[in-house]
Write a protein that binds this ligand. Structure first.
Ligand SMILES: C[S@@+](CC[C@H](N)C(=O)[O-])C[C@H]1O[C@@H](n2cnc3c(N)ncnc32)[C@H](O)[C@@H]1O
Length: 280
């Protein structure tokens, strides 16, 4: 606690409790994100960058500006999202796709497969799905496979569309998949870009999960990992019900390792570590 107070004393800008409350209310209202008091220093340091950039000298003016300027509202939201992700994160989920979900789909002779990566961040999750798809042996011909990849944060979506990653981000990628990453003219010496083949099935789109969804489904898979943890229980359950309505019967919802269905558990059967199959 001492350390926190010490940190607060040396701040460049005043950041009152009232300012912090105003940020907490605004990000909840806009994005459904619940920020606890423990996030105060994080909020300060991320937003102080915006004040510096805009040459403002206090948070009260900044927060008023956010309310009237749509571009700054976007930057405010982008500053407060947490975008940590990596390729093949929780790789047991991708084993499940290879070993069970895809074979089941092929057995049903579907001509159209739709996945949704909701809260896709910088693209590692949808590109992992595309790698798993490309790597499948004996795929039936002419299947129309598409991945919708959405996020609220416009910066991470742009990074996902570019598909350029530093070489150290490729560490979790097994050797057999590395052929889909190439050094292109857009890369610096320690970067690689995903191939056109991996990009092809993915459609990146900005979507705030709190808003209306111009999406019709049905999906064979919705993967929404490490997103619900930022929302309160009521919002989590509302979202899971909305996902449920877009998943086809027998289709899957995959959550992150620390997320659960809560009161909506009766809608799905738990068939693996945070892998749920829609009942009915
Ligand atoms: C920690 S990342 C998870 C990335 C990836 N799914 C994974 O598990 O590796 C959480 C993402 O959720 C997004 N997010 C937060 N609130 C959102 C909202 N209201 N609508 C859409 N996306 C949101 C953030 O922008 C962030 O990119």
């Amino acid at each position: 606690m001492e350390a926190v107070n010490e940190y607060a004393r040396h701040r460049e800008f005043d950041f009152s409790d009232e300012n912090f409350r105003a940020v907490v209310d605004a990000i909840y209202r806009i994005a459904g994100i619940s920020l606890s008091d423990r996030k105060e220093n994080m909020v300060y340091s991320r937003l102080a960058r915006r004040l510096r950039k805009l040459n403002l000298n206090n948070f009260t003016d900044y927060l008023e500006y956010v309310e009237v300027d749509d571009e700054e509202k976007k930057a405010f939201v982008n500053s407060l999202t947490t975008n940590l992700t990596h390729f093949f994160r929780e790789d047991h989920h991708f084993d499940y796709l290879t070993e069970t979900l895809f074979p089941d789909i092929f057995a049903r002779k579907l001509s159209r497969i739709r996945f949704w990566s909701a809260g896709c961040s910088t693209g590692e999750e949808p590109y992992t799905l595309a790698m798993v798809w490309e790597h499948l042996k004996n795929k039936p011909a002419n299947i129309d496979f598409k991945i919708l990849a959405t996020d609220l944060d416009t910066n991470v979506l742009e990074a996902g569309r570019q598909g350029i990653y530093s070489v150290d981000k490729l560490a979790p990628v097994d050797e057999q998949y590395l052929r889909w990453f190439k050094q292109t003219s857009q890369c610096t010496p320690n970067q690689k870009q995903v191939s056109k083949l991996l990009k092809k099935p993915i459609h990146f789109k900005q979507l705030n999960l709190m808003d209306e969804w111009p999406i019709s489904g049905p999906f064979q898979l919705i993967i929404c990992r490490n997103v619900l943890i930022y929302f309160d229980k009521k919002t989590q359950e509302k979202l899971i019900r909305r996902y449920h309505s877009l998943i086809e019967p027998g289709g899957c919802l995959i959550l992150g390792h620390s997320e659960s269905l809560g009161a909506t558990r009766g809608l799905f059967e738990n068939i693996g570590k945070t892998i749920f199959r829609k009942i009915g």
